[in-house]
Design a protein around this ligand. Structure first.
Ligand SMILES: *[C@@H]1O[C@H](CO)[C@@H](O)[C@H](O)[C@H]1NC(C)=O
Ligand SMILES: *[C@@H]1O[C@H](CO)[C@@H](O)[C@H](O)[C@H]1NC(C)=O
Ligand SMILES: *[C@@H]1O[C@H](CO)[C@@H](O)[C@H](O)[C@H]1NC(C)=O
Length: 436
């Protein structure tokens, strides 16, 4: 009797246990079904190459580039926000209620009486401390609506007529200023020599073209000697000067990027790679060509992935400089937040395809006074992270290594070098490396 009662109890217990499990299973599956939402967010793009922590993949953006909350405190954020929303693939959709809440996009703003590219004071009332800004910041605010400046010196045939033909392997674009004749000449004689350049390690190399990017610097833009005629002679002699009609100042450097991308799409769209940098750097062009060749091979072998790639000395998690006396000072009322990851402007390499995409996206990113940060902002909106390469020494080698030729064999680029140092380094690096 007791035994059969025990058996019955056991059976009951087992039944209860099974039903309990079934219940848990049903509840969990219902929960999973309810909480599932098909993801509408496009998968973020992962650039190929090496990042600082992984040899396989670059770090990719953790957050989508848009921000629903408007940071209304700062002018740049305030003006950029509607642009980002307007180009947001999800928010744009078919929902007109979103569009109605927007400020008019900035490009639709030309007002009566304001010439397309004159100074525009209409944003000044948004900046309570405008009068205390440094001169360069004030100049920037008054002209930041304008990205149209005519070319004064052009080189339409640099990459072949109408950009036809195969295009150079590497287009070197160097930011320069009118009086830097010596730097430009040193670059032409060394790392920026146009023509077929062989690779360092016996690689096939490729066709290199060099162009210098200048604004205007003469009596009409400040206290400058009139060197325009000399520049014209230089341009006729070498055929490598691009000059636009805007004041060549530090906060106008971003214009060189934007205008260069436009020139590139019209005149050199088939260049496979672009190097963009300063005229006081030293670039190991032959080593760079080997490196790029290797990347192309990897891509052809199907391991390289997509081809929007950018490499340089990557700076992440940087914040705007808030020291009013500093060259890089950005007032809080102008920009809030951190900077996206960007490659230091001393020298950066990207694919020609990416240059075309940057040109597209630059139409929807308001000018920012610091050029390399601006490129980072554009990359951010393309969903691309710059790849770090330790060979880009935009902050120079350690002091004790600068005199050693040996130390240069592991670098791609060093900043900063005088024209004399560039010539000396170049000739020293022609001979095969001594055992280091
Ligand atoms: C907007 O909705 C209409 C129909 O309501 C549809 O035909 C159209 O493709 C949609 N457009 C977009 C961009 O989704
Ligand atoms: C940039 O160039 C424009 C056109 O020459 C000029 O009006 C503006 O003041 C310049 N901006 C800065 C920050 O120098
Ligand atoms: C690409 O493939 C070729 C032949 O299949 C091979 O010789 C070469 O080493 C590969 N290159 C790289 C970078 O993987």
């Amino acid at each position: 009797m007791a035994r059969s009662l025990g058996r019955l109890l056991c059976l009951c217990l087992m039944l209860c246990l099974m039903v309990g499990h079934l219940l848990i299973y049903v509840v969990v599956s219902i929960f999973v079904i309810i909480s599932y939402h098909p993801s509408e967010v496009p998968v973020h793009f992962v650039a190929p190459g090496a990042s600082s922590n992984s040899a396989e993949l670059a770090a990719h953006p953790l957050h989508p580039f848009w921000n629903l909350r408007l940071d209304s405190g700062a002018l740049w954020n305030h003006l950029q926000h509607p642009r980002d929303r307007l180009h947001n693939p999800i928010l744009r959709g078919n929902d007109s209620s979103v569009a109605k809440g927007l400020n008019p996009p900035v490009e639709a703003r030309p007002q009566d009486g304001v010439p397309a590219c004159g100074l525009d004071r209409s944003w000044v009332p948004h900046l309570p401390d405008f009068d205390s800004f440094p001169d360069q910041m004030r100049d920037f605010v008054l002209s930041m609506h304008c990205t149209e400046y005519p070319l004064m010196l052009n080189q339409p045939g640099l990459c072949g007529e109408g950009g036809a033909g195969e295009g150079p392997a590497l287009l070197i674009a160097v930011k320069s200023q009118t009086p830097n004749f010596e730097s430009r000449q040193a670059i032409r004689q060394t790392w920026g020599a146009s023509g077929w350049v062989k690779g360092e390690a016996g690689g096939p190399g490729g066709l290199v073209r060099t162009v210098f990017l200048l604004g205007r610097q003469d009596g009409s833009t400040g206290v400058h000697p009139e060197l325009g005629e000399l520049l014209e002679v230089e341009s006729r002699r070498h055929g490598d000067i691009l000059q636009w009609d805007f004041r060549d100042t530090f906060f106008n450097l971003t214009l060189k990027d934007v205008l260069f991308w436009r020139w590139f799409s019209a005149n050199c769209p088939r260049a496979r790679f672009v190097f963009k940098g300063d005229d006081d750097v030293f670039l190991r062009t032959r080593t760079l060509l080997d490196y790029l060749r290797q990347l192309e091979e990897e891509r052809l072998n199907g391991t390289g992935g997509a081809w929007d790639f950018v490499v340089g000395d990557v700076i992440s998690n940087a914040f705007p400089n808030r020291q009013p006396s500093d060259k890089y000072y950005i007032p809080e009322s102008f920009y809030k937040g951190s900077y996206p990851a960007y490659a230091g402007g001393g020298g950066v390499v990207y694919s020609g395809e990416l240059a075309l995409h940057l040109r597209e996206v630059s139409h929807r990113v308001l000018l920012f006074p610091i050029d390399d940060v601006y490129v980072g902002m554009c990359l951010h909106r393309l969903g691309i992270s710059p790849t770090h390469h330790p060979g880009f020494m935009t902050f120079d080698l350690p002091e004790e290594d600068r005199g050693k030729t040996c130390a240069y064999h592991s670098v791609l680029l060093v900043h900063k070098r005088t024209p004399k140092e560039v010539l000396r380094l170049w000739s020293e690096l022609q001979t095969p490396p001594p055992p280091c």
